[in-house]
Design a protein. Structure first.
Length: 214
């Protein structure tokens, strides 16, 4: 009885293994076994609810050696993806470089425009006298005018002082007495002309004689 049970169990296991292998063979027949990729195996095994281990474990005899070398195929696919990514990044980098060059050229253009504007302003300032220069010239003219008026004022004040200053007497009281005494002393004996001549000999001038005699 026990042996019968073992025989039945062995038959069941064999049938299960055969069914799995048939299913896996069916999956593999959906791909090109001479040029099989991991994507094909993974996709079909997923559809059959099998894993890649199923392919290698049950179908190793029916699949060519090249078809079951999935690690190499995976590396090749990854290398291809890396190359594609590298190319895309390289293209993006070139685009970014070109954009930077465009911006730099625009900045150079703007800088040239600013330089032209600054040169135009400098030319205008050189051609037109600056307000500072105009004011400086005005200050110089006003300084000369004020200085001239000041000098004229001083001269006029001196002239006014000279006019308003009382004149000094042409003859002092002592000189006047001497002249009068001389005239009284010699008038009876000498003529007017002789007395004048005598006063001049004494050191008196005509103005002093006239002032004393007046």
């Amino acid at each position: 009885m026990r042996s019968i049970i073992l025989i039945v169990f062995a038959v069941l296991l064999a049938s299960l293994a055969y069914a799995e292998c048939d299913l896996c063979s069916y999956v593999i027949e959906g791909c090109d076994c001479n040029d099989m990729t991991d994507d094909c195996i993974d996709t079909l095994c997923d559809e059959a609810s099998l894993s890649a281990d199923c392919v290698q474990e049950y179908c190793i005899d029916t699949v060519p050696q090249a078809a079951v070398q999935t690690p190499q195929s995976t590396d090749q696919a990854r290398l291809t993806n890396l190359e594609t990514t590298n190319k895309n990044e390289h293209n993006s980098f070139n685009i970014a470089i070109n954009n930077l060059r465009t911006e730099v050229n625009q900045l150079k253009t703007d800088n040239g425009v600013l330089k032209d504007q600054i040169n135009a302003i400098n030319r205008d300032m050189q051609e037109k006298p600056s307000p500072l220069r105009q004011n400086l010239l005005l200050y110089i003219v006003l300084t000369f005018v004020v200085s001239g008026l000041f000098i004229m004022g001083i001269a006029n004040s001196r002239h006014i002082k000279k006019i308003t200053k009382p004149e000094q007497p042409k003859v002092t009281e002592e000189q006047k007495k001497q002249i009068i005494n001389y005239i009284h002393t010699y008038s009876p004996s000498y003529s007017h002309e002789q007395i004048i001549a005598g006063l001049k000999q004494q050191g008196f001038n005509d103005e002093q004689i006239k002032a004393a005699h007046a």
